[in-house]
Design a protein around this ligand. Structure first.
Ligand code: IVH
Length: 598
């Protein structure tokens, strides 16, 4: 995509922009290209050559210039990735070529059958080997992307295969998708690509941690997360969710006369390499041309072993005849191309029986139903306990006590219940009735209109108190080394801590006498707690377990504070004045401080 010289030049120019903090009309284009280059390094190549801070500075210079010169802004400017306009509805659009599905295979016999069929079509003797390109079957949301005159003009979901829903504004926010690509280099004026929008496993995990902290229902798996993000109506929200895209098919390309240009490539591998050279994220180390179906199977087996360590969720591999002429001769059915198949990895699903449901009280009082199931081994662990999230989840999945349930664990992702089997329901099965009172303190539960969780409103509820203490010392909050949840629970039981302040007035002499502790451990704990006293304000804010006050909002508010207690003087308006801080969290903080005063 970029030569070594170009890379050196872009880095040099970027440094100069950062030093001078200014651009003019002539350097505007260069700055745009520099930012595009850094986006490619970061999102496609996975090896950024500048820090986030430097990138942000380049972006700020661009925005400042465009603010003064709005008439110069082009739609491929990096500033135009994220639109401020809310999408009211997704329009139906027709794909340039049908978006087909894939036939599934599950074992070597199926693959051999597929290989045999192709050879029959092209009259090749059975003992001769064909070349197949094999790459991961990415598990996300399928997108068709159209470029005209080198500009991204449209993106749409698969829909029914003929027509999909237009999602251009959301797709533009994906940093690994170029807004501009030099198709004209190949004489192509209009092109359609196919790709899979995905979310990395670690981003998925972080997103769920954040949702948990904010009391929102968890996302079931990375696939649902990716397809869900594509359907969000505010592109700014989509932009914040770290979507990625792998392009796996060059499905349409014509020149000015409408003549097909795909014939320029001899193989699938070449066409994918061309897309790579145009700046798209395609499988690179992940893809391989294999000679013969046995080599294909061997390559697939290697991937089956390493899929858990891969950064994206995969549900199999895709095998494509490499030679495009053979692809053409094999053709399509109405459902799938005859020259490609999917090899599905063994599903990480098992069935089990739901025995019991525990209703757990969280740090802000949210009641989480947790299913206890007949323990089953699944993808390397024994699963016996699974979150049911909230009442709506139980109702929508029609889950009863005694039901057979289908459990899935994708990669290293937390297990979840895919479905129940009402048809297998035993006669003694009973409906799960959500409690109306807190299972710990018996206070009547409440449910706010726009929330999915029932909550115990009693701030003094002992379960909440303990959960708040556990959150306070956790890695995400005050990060007190050596003070884990079980030690917090033990201190609570012994009456040594009842509130956050008690953590900072612990009796270390007494701790040294506790079973399994000793002087050394007590000293270590004292040091860790002393160290936590130096924590920045945003950590302190986040550690207080205030509803909707996550890490990000804590940081935004902390920027305006010298001391946490200064917040006692803050009227609601002051919270709202901070960008991205809403009235809800402002009110919650004010209410929290009132509790503390009384
Ligand atoms: S090729 C004509 N390659 O799997 C081309 N599809 O189950 C047909 N998918 O709708 C698709 N990774 O969304 C192809 N490397 C890959 C893929 C892939 C994921 C998805 C794609 C397709 C679905 C079919």
């Amino acid at each position: 995509m970029y030569s070594k010289e170009q890379e050196i030049e872009f880095n040099k120019q970027s440094k100069e922009f950062i030093i001078h903090q200014k651009i003019d009309i002539t350097s505007y284009d260069i700055l745009k290209k520099c930012i595009q280059y850094h986006e490619w390094k970061y999102a496609v190549q996975n090896e950024p050559s500048i820090s986030d801070f430097e990138y942000d500075q380049l972006f700020a210079i661009l925005i400042a210039f465009e603010k003064k010169n709005p008439h110069l802004i082009s739609s491929d400017s990096p500033s135009q990735r994220v639109s401020n306009d809310i999408v009211s509805e997704f329009h139906s659009v027709e794909h340039l070529t049908p978006m087909l599905s894939l036939e599934n295979t599950y074992n070597i016999e199926d693959l051999k059958e597929f290989d045999k069929r192709i050879k029959k079509v092209i009259d090749l003797p059975e003992d001769e080997a064909l070349d197949y390109l094999v790459e991961p079957k990415f598990d996300g949301g399928s997108l068709s992307i159209v470029y005209e005159n080198d500009q991204l003009v449209r993106a749409a979901t698969r829909g029914d295969g003929t027509k999909g829903e237009e999602m251009t504004a959301n797709a533009r926010t994906i940093k690994s998708l170029p807004l501009q690509a030099a198709f004209s280099k190949y004489g192509i004026v209009k092109a359609e690509l196919r790709g899979e929008a995905l979310i990395r496993k670690d981003h998925f995990r972080n997103a769920n941690l954040k949702r948990e902290a904010e009391g929102l229902p968890l996302l079931a798996n990375p696939r649902n997360a990716a397809t869900g993000v594509l359907r969000v109506k505010d592109p700014r929200e989509t932009a914040s969710r770290n979507l990625d895209i792998f392009i796996f098919q060059f499905s349409y390309a014509v020149d000015e006369q409408g003549v097909n240009q795909l014939a320029k490539f001899e193989t699938q591998d070449q066409s994918i390499q061309a897309l790579h050279d145009l700046g798209f994220k395609v499988s690179t180390v992940e893809r391989k041309v294999n000679h013969g179906i046995d080599a294909v199977f061997h390559f697939i087996q290697q991937w089956a072993e390493k899929r858990d360590d891969y950064e994206f969720e995969l549900d199999g591999m895709v095998i494509k005849v490499n030679e495009l002429k053979i692809q053409e001769r094999s053709g399509f059915t109405s459902h799938h191309p005859r020259w490609a198949v999917a090899f599905k990895f063994q599903a990480k699903q098992v069935t089990s029986t739901l025995l019991q449901v525990d209703f757990q009280v969280g740090k802000i009082g949210s009641i989480t139903p947790v299913a206890k199931i007949e323990p089953v081994p699944l993808a390397g662990v024994t699963v016996s306990s699974i979150s049911l999230h909230n009442e709506d989840f139980i109702v929508s999945k029609d889950i009863w006590y005694g039901d057979t349930v289908l459990v899935e664990r994708a990669g290293d992702v937390i297990p979840y219940i895919v479905k129940s089997f009402p048809e297998l329901r035993p006669s003694h099965a009973k409906r799960i009735v959500f409690p109306t009172e807190c299972p710990v303190c018996n206070t009547t539960l409440i449910r706010e209109e726009d929330e999915s969780a029932w909550r115990c409103p009693n701030y003094e509820c002992s379960a909440q108190v303990t959960q708040r203490l556990i959150h306070h010392v956790s890695k995400d909050a005050m990060d007190i080394d050596g003070l884990g949840s079980s030690l917090v629970e033990r201190f609570v039981e012994l009456g040594m801590i009842q509130n956050i302040a008690d953590i900072y007035q612990l009796d270390y002499e007494k701790i040294a006498t506790l079973d399994g502790m000793g002087e050394k451990s007590a000293n270590k704990l004292r040091n860790a707690i002393d160290k936590a006293k130096q924590n920045p304000i945003h950590r302190v804010l986040h550690s207080l377990s205030i509803h909707h006050l996550g890490k990000k909002v804590s940081k935004l508010i902390a920027e305006h504070l010298d001391h946490v207690m200064d917040l006692q003087q803050w009227p609601l308006e002051k919270f709202i004045d901070i960008k991205d801080v809403g009235p809800v969290v402002g009110k919650n903080i004010i209410a929290f401080l009132l509790i503390k005063k009384t």
